[in-house]
Design a protein around this ligand. Sequence first.
Ligand SMILES: Nc1ncnc2c1ncn2[C@@H]1O[C@H](COP(=O)(O)OP(=O)(O)OP(=O)(O)O)[C@@H](O)[C@H]1O
Ligand SMILES: [Mg+2]
Length: 346
Amino acid sequence: MSLMSRGKGPHSGHEGQAIAVENIVKKYGDFEAVKGVTFDVKEGEIFGLLGPNGAGKSTLIRMMTTLIPITSGKAFIAGYDVSENADAARRTMGVIPQAMTSDIDLTIEENMSIYAKLYGVPKAERERNINELLEAVDLTKWRDAQVKTLSGGMRRRAEIARGLVHNPRIFFLDEPTTGLDPVSRVAVWEMLNTLKSRRQLTILITTHYMDEADRLCDRIAIVDHGNLVALDTPMALKMSVPGNNVVEAQFVHAPEGWVEKLKALPGVESVQDQGGHMFRLLTSTGSQTTTGLVELAVQDGVEIKTLMVQNTSLDDVFVHYTGRQLRDEQVKALGYVMPPRPGMQP
Ligand SMILES: Nc1ncnc2c1ncn2[C@@H]1O[C@H](COP(=O)(O)OP(=O)(O)OP(=O)(O)O)[C@@H](O)[C@H]1O
Ligand SMILES: [Mg+2]
């Protein structure tokens, strides 16, 4: 490859990769919001970017999507270097920023149409695409409704449809489900999954909902204070955290000395009596503990009412890598009260 062509075309040594980020840095004055992050996203992947408020997720997305300049390092989207070939890169990507960006006085269809025109989508294709997308996000009936009359969930779905109106291959979504009720969150994810398979999309998404990320992302990157602190499949991330399966059992009655017997089961590290004959066992081997517990109950004639074995959750992973729990309200409050300053660990 000649020097001239380096980074100009979609063949910059990143074939098969939708996104490649190399040692990317963002500085605001002296403050480093992103401190040299490297990762890549394969074509067709759903890639989750997780991190507490102020971690640098939106800054990363803004750099990858050409909205702000990169201080140093490189980002390639569909093989195009975003710093050298921003227009070509932009045509391959759809972006739903963290803040809503629809014009609320216009209808859903008008919003989509303006966007499509901006991207130079020809009229016939524009109409077909708008129809298809509105159907995919279940808003066909609402196409002529002003955006301001819609619920939060519907607005989000309308934005998703708008973000795809120029047929991008790579879709960036910054917290598309924040603030939505659980039913609307599920609806948004179902739609993303449908659109992903229909349109062969690669998706990079940020969320504060661990359960969503766990179920829906192929791989997850955790960022904290501008650094990448973990990157793997949800399963591998959970396995990387020192063993803490949880076995929760409720009994019809609990005889004298029951806690001690539970503590003696294989793998058990601690037992919490939660009242109502309900016990929570932290264990290094959920399966052996469960087997032991059932045997013990049969032996002692204690009836089991409910029994639940849980793997380590992504919440545990998050706490392990960032030292913080990602409860939305709690973290949001922290982010605003103490914005991280240079050299300061909040
Ligand atoms: N324009 C700016 N000027 C100065 N600092 C900024 C600017 N934009 C972002 N920052 C800082 O960069 C850091 C990363 O911000 P960013 O918005 O990327 O975080 P985030 O991970 O998206 O957080 P959230 O979960 O709250 O959306 C924060 O400390 C933020 O205050
Ligand atoms: Mg953000």
